[in-house]
Design a protein around this ligand. Sequence first.
Ligand code: ZN
Length: 144
Amino acid sequence: MVREVTRGRCFVGRLRYGSDLLTELTGICWSEKVTLGRLEFIGAVTKARLGYYDQPEKKYRFFMIDKPLEILKGTGNVSLRDGEPMVHAHLTLADADGRAWGGHLAPGTIVFACEFFLQALEGATLARGHDEETGLPLWTMDET
Ligand code: ZN
């Protein structure tokens, strides 16, 4: 299940202080009409809400880290869900003692500062649909 893609337009920028990290990243994909791409970002958040997927239960468990944290690494992709751009991102964060936290980026993570790089990709359309085995909204790709 592989598709060859080519690099499309490239964007760099920073996110607004106090904004919701996932909402802002998704909004940029909307405004720039990016429906397939990869994302990288670093910076800091004033608090974080992350998810962990419970595989036996097939559902996300979300948790809050209610303190300022560094974004050591934010990484993700952009594809379509229900015909609209969807950002799927994971974060590694660090607290004042350098301890790391991590997980699936969820709404409720608030930007202190964030610099991002967005690479649009062309040549394929990837849409998410329910995957029976995992319970996740994975890319639906024909077996070729
Ligand atoms: Zn995830």
